[in-house]
Structures are given as C-alpha cells and as structure tokens.
Design a binder for this molecule. Structure first.
Ligand SMILES: Cc1cc2nc3c(=O)[nH]c(=O)nc-3n(C[C@H](O)[C@H](O)[C@H](O)COP(=O)(O)OP(=O)(O)OC[C@H]3O[C@@H](n4cnc5c(N)ncnc54)[C@H](O)[C@@H]3O)c2cc1C
Length: 291
C-alpha cells in the first residue's frame, strides 16, 4: 500500500513538473512581461535592467529550474499585473477561496452525492428524471471566446502628437497612439494577416519595428453586442458579458446599470434591448462594424 501511494505521488510530481515546463515555455509567446510591468513608456535602459533583474535574459529551462527551486521554498516570484509577490497575493485571497470551496464541497456532499446515488440506483424512476432536469436548470448565456491580438511599436514614425483611435471598417484594421509609439490591431490573430491592411492604410507601419504584443479573448455574443440584465429564470442572477470587443467603452454605463439593479433601484438607462432574451424573441441587435 505504502509503495503504491509513493509511486502515485512520484507520478503526480513528474506530471506537475512536465505540465509546468510546457506552460512555462508557452508563456514566452503571450507577450513581453517587461512591457506588462513597465508599460509602453519605459526607456530601453529601464527595460534592460528589469529583464536582467528578473533573469528573463536566461534560457527558459534555466528560468524554470530557478522557479521550481524558489517554489519549493514557497516563493512564487512577482505577479506581472500587480507587481507584488505572488505568495502575498495567494495568502490575501486564501480565506475567500477556502470559504468558497468549503461551501461548494458542503453542497456537493449534502445534496449532490445523495442525488447522484439515487439516480444511479433508480435511473428510470420519475424522481431521477426530475433530479436530472434540476441539475441542468440554470442560466446559460450564449457567449464564446474569440482571440484578438494587439501590437505595439516603439516609435510613431513621425505621426502627429495626437493620433486618435482610427478604424478602417472595411478590414477591421485600427491604430492609435500609445506612449511614444503606436498600438494597432485588426480582426486577424496573426501579424502577417493584419500586415497587408496595415501597410495599405498606414504605410509608415511597414517601416516601424514591432516592440511587443499581447492577445486576449473577446467575449463574443451571437449578434456581437453585450448581454446585460437580470435572468428571469433564476432569482437575482445579474449578468454583464458578451461585450464583443466593446466592453471597455461601455463599462461606465453598464457598471452604473448593474449597481442600480443590485440595490433594486429603477435603472437610469433602459438597457432592456441588451437582455439575453432577445435571441429567443428574434430581436437581435447585429453589430454592423465588427472590429
Ligand atoms: C485585444 C483586445 C482589444 C480590445 N480593445 C478594446 C477597445 O479598444 N475598446 C473596448 O471598449 N473594449 C476593447 N476590448 C474588450 C474589453 O477589453 C472587454 O470587453 C472588457 O475588458 C470586458 O470586461 P469584463 O469586466 O466583462 O471582463 P474582463 O475584463 O475579462 O474581466 C473578467 C475578470 O474576471 C476574472 N475571472 C475570470 N474567471 C474567474 C473566476 N472563475 N474566478 C475569479 N475571477 C475570474 C478574470 O481574470 C478577469 O480579471 C478589447 C479586448 C481585447 C482582447
């Protein structure tokens, strides 16, 4: 028995190390961590210093070995977003995580297991059918992820000081100023696919190097417009999702609206056309200019 447990533990450690190594190697492709930490306005000297201080100039397998060494001692490095020690962030969030998992485990034990056992023992009984239907009840929102990328140049190629967000609606290519350089993107995921429209609309881009990039998921709804409201089928289930790439600019209005729904006040804005019911009612609001 002891040998079995030890063997399984050994296998688990091996799997964790292998998965960790793969994840670690993939992180090199999701954007430049130094830009995440310092922003677009940092000088080359500052970028150099942070790259060296974090050991990011070393091969990734050396970085991984050093990460494992530190992790064994409970040190998980710095969070790229919060620029704080990850161990401190973990400890801060631990109480809420424990509370959530404990309540979820209690629910699973007290309700889920008896229901599961009953439906397994009497799969054909009417109660089993009711229990299975109940387990499927809930709110399902039609949202899918669509990956989108942005790229950043270190210089502006002589463009005016003020470069507003400029969009070519025929191709989806867009650009604007970002610090001393430009930010640009499009509907396509890969730089080579955006490059043609980019060079046509903003020829100076063809001469500028790309300093960094990042990508994220658009939360896309079937008509490319947000889903905002309160679900009729589940008491007090409020939703705000499916922003389809407009979420940042719509955030102030949506935030105010949701706050009003939370406290039960009559909403200032009528956002009922954004209700998720619109698809069932055949009242979609197709977005014409998808970027
Ligand atoms: C490349 C790109 C460019 C964009 N450009 C624009 C633009 O120019 N203008 C614009 O208006 N919008 C733009 N958007 C869209 C905009 O960023 C989003 O619509 C907006 O951020 C959505 O806000 P949100 O709060 O709903 O979700 P998010 O910003 O995605 O926030 C959700 C948060 O929940 C956290 N989370 C997820 N699951 C869990 C969990 N189980 N437990 C705890 N936390 C969890 C996530 O980590 C995240 O922090 C762009 C998006 C992308 C990807």
């Amino acid at each position: 028995m002891l040998a079995f447990v030890l063997r399984r533990l050994g296998q688990a450690v091996f799997v964790m190390l292998a998965v960790g190594l793969i994840a670690f190697s993939l992180f090199r492709f999701v954007g430049d961590p130094v830009t995440f930490m310092l922003g677009q306005d940092a000088t080359d000297a500052q970028r150099h210093e942070v790259t060296r201080a974090l050991g990011l100039d070393r091969p990734f397998y050396v970085q991984y070995a050093s990460f494992i060494g530190n992790a064994v001692r409970g040190e998980f490095g710095l969070s790229l977003r919060q620029v704080q020690p990850v161990s401190r962030l973990l400890v801060e969030r631990l109480p809420a995580t424990l509370e959530l998992s404990l309540v979820a485990a209690l629910f699973a034990l007290a309700a889920g297991i008896p229901m599961g056992v009953y439906t397994a023992l009497r799969p054909k009984s009417w109660l089993s059918h009711v229990l299975l239907a109940l387990s499927l009840a809930g709110v399902s929102l039609p949202v899918e992820g669509e990956a989108r990328s942005m790229w950043f140049t270190p210089r502006d190629g002589g463009l005016p000081e003020r470069v507003p967000l400029t969009i070519d609606f025929s191709s989806g290519f867009y650009f604007h100023r970002e610090g001393p350089g430009l930010a640009f993107g499009g509907r396509e995921r890969a730089l080579e696919d955006v490059a043609e429209a980019a060079a046509r609309r903003l020829p100076v881009l063809a001469e500028l190097p790309v300093q960094s990039t990042w990508w994220g998921w658009y939360d896309v709804s079937p008509d490319w417009n947000a889903l905002v409201g309160e679900a009729p089928e589940l008491s007090r289930f409020l939703y705000a999702t499916g922003f389809s790439g407009h979420g940042f600019q719509q955030a102030p209005a949506v935030g105010e609206h949701l706050a009003e729904l939370v406290v039960g006040r009559t909403p200032t804005l009528d956002l009922s056309p954004f209700s998720a019911d619109r698809f069932a009612a055949g009242a979609e609001r197709p977005e014409i200019f998808v970027v």
